[in-house]
Design a protein around this ligand. Structure first.
Ligand code: GDP
Ligand code: PGA
Ligand code: MN
Ligand code: MN
Length: 613
């Protein structure tokens, strides 16, 4: 890219010696000239390097070493209070034509955006180290590995990327062999240091830019250190840019967990589930079934790359290497498998609370609330402080291979065959516990009209119902109508008999007294059992206007203490609620304009007809 005047030459010899990949060498040199770091560090991904960076982060005050007797080799970071979540309002898809970004994305003319970025990145790394992180999303031995290189001035990002993605010298060497294409992903916290200036614990800039150039397949992130904005392999690459690659190459990049279920008869099923951020993916991905004889194994908890295999079966791969999970609500009773993985250590916690013995804590971790804590902002905290001790979007970042229930299939480049897809959201009303779609196209309709109350995972109001197609609203890297069309068109590649069955779920419906109608967490295995029995054709369903819901007695509730009235609340399809819902869907679809696929408009008409009948 063109850029602002160069102040002084940077150590060009260093980076030139580091790679034989000509495109990468040139890009690193260009960015070093633009951003003016003190030094350049090529990240090798080793344990020793990780330990050294962690020590530096402890020394600079970014990391607090967690008591190793409680959580070995683990660190806690506390962000600036203005930098705690994804910033959707500052996230841009700068396609050449505005039409291709669609109505769900912010857009700016690419050349205008590049001018802004050039200005912000010019000198942005002064006084800092520039880290070059080669990474690959998905197994390195995949037939078509998807490479990226993140340049960042944040050691917190380097240590977190080492947990979340496959990074380092092995990846670089393989990229070099074929001078492979990589997604250039530039990140700066936007806080250059004047000579002698002391750094703060969490450098960032009040102005944030999270920018994607889909045609060029490049990413620029400025001003934030928060994971979803700064770990560029995750949302920026594996969802926004990858969704564009997937459109062009005939596959799907989705915001989905991947879970393997094994029945008492020892039959295996694979389920993918798309829920918006902070709506239960990590929990379902680490499910501990409560029904006897059923087992579950984890493949992924946030991102799922799917393509049709040789026999027309839909195969899924998790491109990530770690969990970046919502901490609050993750506890020994609700999610023991996540807790066991975290307790093995090697984790980075962000914006959690600290216990007096140097451990970490967050709301819901233990039933007993500690009498005293240091909250995420460093203040003394007691149970009657009247505010949460951990930020609602505080996170644990933990290697996925520490999950005891990790499936061996996680490592397979060819992935697993998906048998069922769940779409789900957080709805207090209207949406039943589980509904099976009438067919594939109706299932896409369910996904396209998915709705959820907003959460703390993104900045802005919490608890407002919004439409979130396939839980991808903040992550579709192109026009939302084209995205739905891509879902519809792709099934031409499918073996129809092996197309996954699609279901809509809602763990979050409330009763009239305000509590959750359904106990959730491990008990969700009962819903999955019904899903599997629907695949096998052995569970009964009731046909409703919105799809098939469990017939009385078909959902296994044995041993569960849930009242008949709560179950009725969880399962009901209330025409009055749906009258409102239909209006919401119509308003939503109106926003697509011309790009709404005709099949989806037809599904809406059919749904209205079924209610009218
Ligand atoms: P993700 O961001 O989609 O991965 O969601 P998580 O699995 O991290 O869960 C987000 C929040 O929802 C956490 O506070 C969980 O405790 C809570 N949660 C997850 N599953 C359930 C459930 O089945 N029922 C209820 N009531 N809460 C849940
Ligand atoms: P989540 O991942 O979906 O687990 O919340 C992070 C995010 O979506 O911001
Ligand atoms: Mn997510
Ligand atoms: Mn998660």
């Amino acid at each position: 890219m063109g850029h602002a005047p160069v102040q002084e030459p940077v150590q060009e010899s260093v980076e030139q010696a580091m790679t034989t990949h000509s495109g990468l060498a040139a890009w690193v040199e260009e960015i070093a000239k633009l951003t003016q770091p003190d030094t350049i560090h090529w990240v090798d991904g080793s344990e020793r390097e990780y330990a050294e960076l962690a020590d530096e982060l402890v020394a600079s005050g970014t990391f607090t070493r967690v008591n190793p007797e409680l959580f070995p080799n683990s660190f806690a970071a506390f962000s600036d209070p203005v930098d705690v979540a994804r910033v959707e309002g500052r996230t841009f898809i700068c396609s050449e034509k505005q039409r291709d970004a669609g109505f769900t994305n912010n857009w700016m003319e690419p050349s205008k955006m590049k001018e802004i970025l050039d200005d912000r990145f010019a000198g942005s790394m002064r006084g800092r180290t520039m880290y070059v992180i080669p990474f690959v999303m998905g197994p390195l031995d995949a037939p078509d590995p998807k490479y990226g290189v993140e340049i960042t001035d944040s050691a917190y990002v380097v240590t977190s990327m080492r947990i979340m993605a496959r990074i380092g010298t092995d990846v670089l060497r393989q990229m070099e062999l074929s001078n492979a294409f990589f997604v250039p992903a530039l990140h700066s916290v936007g806080a250059p240091l004047a000579p002698g200036e002391k750094d703060v614990a969490w450098p960032c800039n009040e102005e944030k830019w999270i920018v994607h150039f889909p045609e060029e397949r490049s990413i620029f992130s400025y001003g934030s250190g928060y994971g979803g904005n700064a770990l560029l392999g995750k949302k920026c690459f594996a969802l926004r840019i990858a969704s564009v690659m997937a459109r062009d190459e005939g596959w799907l990049a989705e915001h989905m967990l991947i879970l393997k279920l094994i029945s008492p008869e020892n039959r295996s099923y694979h389920v993918a589930a798309a829920f918006p951020s902070a709506c239960g993916k990590t929990n379902l991905a680490l499910l501990e079934p409560t029904i006897p004889g059923w087992k579950a194994e984890t493949l992924g908890d946030d991102i799922n790359w799917m393509r049709f295999g040789k026999e027309g079966e839909l195969r899924a791969v998790n491109p990530e290497a770690g969990l970046f999970g919502v901490a609050p609500g993750t506890g020994w009773s609700t999610n023991p498998n996540a807790m066991a993985a975290i307790a093995k250590g090697n984790s980075i916690f962000t914006n959690v609370a600290l216990t007096d013995d140097g451990g970490v804590w967050w709301e819901g971790m233990t039933e007993e609330v500690p009498a005293h804590l240091t909250d995420w902002q460093g203040n003394s905290w007691t149970p009657d402080s009247g505010r949460p001790a951990a930020h609602p979007n505080s996170r644990f970042c933990t290697p996925i291979d520490q999950v005891d229930m990790l499936s061996s299939e996680y490592y397979a480049p060819e992935g697993v065959e998906i048998n069922a897809i769940l779409f789900g959201g957080r709805r207090k009303t209207t949406v039943p516990l589980v509904t099976q779609a009438r067919d594939w196209t109706h299932g896409i309709f369910m996904g396209s009209t998915l709705s959820s109350e907003t959460t703390a995972a993104a900045t802005g109001a919490v608890g407002v119902v919004r439409r979130d197609p396939m839980a991808m609203l903040p992550f579709i890297g192109y026009d939302a109508g084209d995205y739905l069309k891509h879902w519809i068109d792709l099934s031409a590649q499918a073996n129809q008999a092996r197309l996954p069955k699609i279901f809509l779920v809602n763990w979050f419906r409330r009763t009239s007294s305000g509590g959750f109608a359904w106990p959730g967490f491990g008990e969700n295995s009962r819903v999955l059992k019904w899903v599997v029995e629907r695949l096998e054709g052995t569970a009964d369903a009731v046909e409703t206007p919105i799809g098939f819901t469990p017939a009385p007695g078909s959902l296994d509730l044995s041993g569960l203490e849930v009242s008949a009235s709560d179950m009725a609340d969880a399962l009901k399809v209330d025409p009055a609620e749906w009258e409102q819902e239909l209006q919401g869907i119509e308003q939503w679809y109106a926003r697509f304009g011309d790009s709404l696929p005709a099949d989806m408009a037809a599904e809406l008409e059919d749904l209205k007809q079924r209610f009218a009948a």
